[in-house]
Design a binder for this molecule. Sequence first.
Ligand code: UGA
Length: 353
Amino acid sequence: MALKIMILGANGFIGSALTDAILRNRPWEVYGIDLADNKLGDSPKNERFHFVEGDITINKEWVEYHVKKCDVVVPLVAIANPAQYVTHPLKVFELDFEANIDVVRHCVKYGKRLIFPSTSEIYGMSPDAVLDEETSPLVYGPINKQRWIYAASKQLLDRVIYAYGVRDNLDYTLFRPFNFIGPNLDNVEEPKEGSSRVFTQFLSNVLYKRPIKLVDGGSQKRSFTYIDDAIEALLTILENQDNRASRRIFNIGNPGNCISIRELAERTIRIAQEFPVLREAARATEIVDISAGEYYGKYYQDIQVRVPNIEAAKRDLGWKPTTDMDTAIRRTIDFYVKQEGFGTRAAAMAAGI
Ligand code: UGA
């Protein structure tokens, strides 16, 4: 029998890529909800995709009904942008925690499998050089650093889900994305600076011929993971052969792509020059330093290094990432420059029109 999968936030960065991969490569049915459908490409044309435009905080009956109807629930609705953790911490709590805890409880009530996005942020400022799902301490800053409300919300959800697993046998998998990048991450044509995660922000800066800003010098490091690799891991988790993903936590990341933010800026500028439409703007792009306080405000606190241990995913899911950093950057830029009318808009942006 074909699996029925419910994806909340099907139009998001991960949701749209997962929907597309399922419809292309698996015989499963997908029931999706999101506020819009602009990232869904051809998916809505597929008869195995049942999509409704809606808000999970309003269309609560639809959500509960479909949890009941489906086999697996993947709740991907969340604010996942650090700029918003500091400007709208309560919105982060309300959406990321409160809206999602309802979905978790529906899964418990109806005995459904839950595939839940934890986050690499959960490790916070952990002292471990390599972050391990089972052993690494989770370390956050003081309450006045509001950035941590996202990690704290996600941590509590992880703990609640784990407890439901112990007490009620909830069948769950927690996956921890480590800086996924790829097509549809954020809108690079968004004129407002600071509204995007780092890679798409840098690409946007190139487009608008604005200097790339390195927060506190850009020595902090992240392990960037290409979305196609990540989706492979999620498909294996969804398949759940021999229950190997049940009641487990998996880091989904690429330790081989651990680079500093300064290096990311340099590589983005170098690789953007391979694309004729971006060449001139990329050559002209400067890199400048900015303090964290100036860029994000006083409620921000950064994470210096974040490297995942992926032995669990390798061993139990038979998964490993294969896309190197430059390929991930190149493929993502390629996606954005191929958007309809990109060339004309890029020329206008670079000219400051
Ligand atoms: C991200 C976000 O919290 C989520 O997307 C997610 O849960 C998680 O991490 C993940 O994807 O693993 P973070 O990596 O700190 O957190 O967010 P980015 O916006 O991608 O920033 C990365 C680094 O670049 C930070 O150190 C930030 O200070 C720096 N940065 C960002 C700059 O130097 N310049 C900019 O213009 C933007």
